[in-house]
Design a protein around this ligand. Structure first.
Ligand code: AMP
Ligand code: MG
Length: 482
């Protein structure tokens, strides 16, 4: 049913711990992602929901599966923790997608492993549903992300801040190697293992690179490129990851770990949702700065590989790579953001001004761009802009800029609607869907998943889910739920 072809298990001792899934009783298969299963060339057609629930809780191990928990370390909120690792996750094995790429198939919430420390290795239903909705929404927003193959509710009751049913998510990733995986071996001064990891990473994710000093420096550069692309996608849809620790920063450039993450409703540059992010370290507008900080941690791990004899020379090499960060990010940022209003980056100031006004007038980040394109089409003023003369003036100026460029306003509006989503997984709806699911009603969870498959296209069914929260529906804080 799944053709496993495992490579991580062939790495030396210390990279992982073999671990059988813990025994648990499945309650029900909540979601199974048929499209993703097909993409992964899996064949589950003849299996019942009950059989799938057994598989995706680890109770039935498929042939070829070699479950392991991966070792990693990481900087959490700036503080180094030498020993993190898969404390509530288990890699079942690797398989190939239709695109010819290798993918990890991992259970999350499947019970204790040698890396669990004080934790129970389990997950509540809420965080599983949240990750399912948001990661799949990301995929359909064309943002690099891990995906969700299945979600199963268990018979357990899990206590965190409140009591919820237990659940297990099956996550699919291009790989689970993080900056923290490099830090794990670098901290131990085991540079032969750092090199093994770098070589494995190159073979798996960056096969064009060479296994030498030049290749390792280029690895840093390539990870930087992918991560810069990634976080600019986040910024362009108003997403706040919430825990950009180095252990949550993938080498593949995919978004990982949808914990206290959230899309903002009204635009605010310093917006924070996560209850544990007291200082706003991971606020919306700080994400580029934090990514740079994280990349510096990766660079430190690679230095001894680039030149073990002359460290100063190696430091200069990585500095040369990292020096490009700011201009790379800024170019990218101005590109993606200007595009949202149909302009190129040399007119970024128009967009910049809009953001300032959006913040001042507490406009909805998502709907503003759809309102603007609609107003272009209809040759009217967006309703949300009518209330203020500055917004009014901005709109007129923007339109003249477009006209001066001899652009067809209809075409601009159509282009805008292709990149500015109408539907995002809004926080209050995610929370509501979790609350209902805990009472046994999965309809909202399913409706959201269905709607978010086409985030750019207006849909009659469930269109009400486009709306920002009413004052009494507003969610001000999110929790990591571990
Ligand atoms: P996260 O906040 O999900 O990035 O997790 C950070 C670290 O805490 C990782 O090493 C996890 O494996 C571990 N962890 C989180 N929740 C649990 C849990 N319930 N039981 C054991 N380990 C956990
Ligand atoms: Mg994590």
């Amino acid at each position: 049913v799944i053709k496993f072809d495992n490579s991580y298990t062939k790495l030396p001792q210390g990279f992982f711990a073999a671990q059988k899934p813990v025994s648990v009783t499945p309650h029900a298969l909540i979601a199974f992602n048929q499209d993703l299963a097909k993409f992964l060339q899996m064949n589950f057609e003849s299996l019942s929901s009950a059989e799938l629930a057994q598989i995706f809780t680890g109770q039935t191990l498929l042939p070829g599966s070699e479950p392991i928990a991966l070792a990693y370390a990481g900087h959490q909120f700036g503080h180094f923790n030498p020993q993190l690792g898969d404390g509530r996750a288990l890699l079942l094995g690797e398989t190939f997608g239709e695109d010819g790429q290798r993918y990890d198939v991992q259970l999350k919430g499947s019970g204790r492993t040698p890396f669990s420390r004080g934790g129970d290795g389990k997950s509540q239903l809420g965080p599983v549903l949240r990750e399912f909705i948001v990661s799949e929404a990301f995929h359909h927003l064309r943002i690099p992300t891990t995906r969700s193959l299945a979600a199963v509710q268990t018979e357990e009751t899990i206590f965190r801040m409140s009591t919820q049913p237990g659940a297990i998510l099956t996550r699919v990733a291009l790989s689970h190697i993080r900056i923290g995986t490099f830090e794990f071996f670098a901290k131990q001064q085991d540079f032969s293992k750092v090199r093994t990891l770098a070589d494995y990473t190159i073979d798996r994710l960056y096969p064009d690179l060479t296994h030498d000093a030049e290749g390792y420096a280029e690895l840093l550069n390539q990870v930087m490129l992918r991560q810069v692309t990634l976080i600019n996608h986040w910024l362009s849809v108003g997403f706040i990851h919430g825990v950009m620790n180095t252990d949550n920063c993938t080498i593949s450039g995919q978004t990982i770990d949808f914990g206290p993450c959230a899309f903002m409703d009204e635009y605010k540059k310093e917006k924070v949702f996560s209850s544990i992010d007291r200082g706003g370290r991971y606020a919306y507008g700080h994400q580029p700065r934090i990514l740079f900080w994280n990349l510096c941690r990766l660079a430190e791990c690679l230095i001894p590989l680039i030149d073990g004899q002359d460290l100063k020379r190696a430091v200069r090499t990585v500095e040369k790579v990292l020096e490009n960060y700011t201009s790379l990010h800024e170019t990218r940022y101005q590109d993606v953001m200007s595009q949202k209003i149909g302009l190129s980056s040399d007119q970024f100031d128009v967009l910049h001004k809009l953001l300032g006004l959006m913040e001042k007038h507490a406009l909805d980040f998502t709907l503003t761009f759809r309102d603007l394109s609609e107003a272009l089409q209809k040759d009217t003023l967006p309703e949300s802009f009518a209330k203020s003369s500055e917004l009014n003036t901005w709109f007129t100026d923007w339109k003249s800029t477009l006209v001066a460029q001899k652009l067809s306003l209809t075409e601009v509006a159509e282009d805008m609607d292709r990149i500015n989503p109408l539907y995002i997984p809004r926080n209050h709806q995610i929370e509501h869907s979790i609350q209902l699911a805990c009472e046994g009603d999965y309809r909202l969870f399913q409706d959201m998943n269905a709607l978010l498959k086409n985030p750019f296209t207006q849909q009659l069914e469930h269109h009400e889910l486009h709306a920002p929260p009413l004052v009494e529906e507003r969610i001000t804080e999110t929790f990591c739920g571990t």
